[in-house]
Ligand binder design. Structure first.
Ligand SMILES: [Mg+2]
Length: 177
């Protein structure tokens, strides 16, 4: 089965220290309280892709945070990887100080793809990265719905390594065929 890595924050959910919307869910991890919102269609999306891929949700957040947020999804069979599985980028002071080396999951990069809102996560494997729009609470967002069409098609391809930059346009073409 092909493998799919999903980013959590600002890709599938948005978390903050204050409840910024009535749809926020109050959660707790490592002694702190925080509030999380699910991106529109997030649960349906994860259920859909977990039938077609071996899914790892890989977050740069702490494992306790990731597990707490995942309780809102309640989708079985998904692997949860927190910050301890990330590689620290030495000397990085301005941007994201972590990366997610896909070879920790498989050596065969034709059979894995990563979905993330931070392009730095796949600078070392650009043909494996699908960039998603950062989500911070827009209730009309349809990104995951479009992505499910693209991923359905991608799961049927012999190799998933390709230039994914035009994925939205390709998803649109796939639906109008
Ligand atoms: Mg993110």
């Amino acid at each position: 089965m092909k493998k799919l890595v999903l980013d959590l924050d600002e890709s599938l959910v948005y978390s903050s220290m204050e409840a910024i919307s009535p749809s926020c869910i109050e959660l707790h991890a490592s002694g702190s309280t925080f509030y999380t919102m699910l991106r529109p269609g997030a649960k349906t999306f994860v259920e859909y892709v977990s039938k077609r891929f071996e899914v790892t949700v890989w977050s740069t957040g702490l494992q306790s945070y990731l597990e707490s947020v995942w309780s809102c999804f309640d989708v079985p069979g998904v692997t949860l990887w927190g910050r301890s599985f990330c590689k620290k980028i030495e000397g990085e002071t301005s941007g994201e100080p972590y990366e997610k080396p896909l070879r920790q999951i498989t050596e065969d990069l034709t059979q894995i793809v990563i979905l993330d809102n931070t392009p730095a996560m796949f600078t070392k494997c650009p043909l494996n990265g699908i960039l998603v729009r950062t989500w911070r609470g827009d209730p009309n967002d349809t990104e995951l719905w479009h992505l499910s069409h693209y991923l359905k098609w991608l799961s049927t391809q012999p190799s998933m390594q390709r230039d994914h930059r035009a994925w939205r346009l390709e998803a649109l073409c796939l639906r109008t065929k």
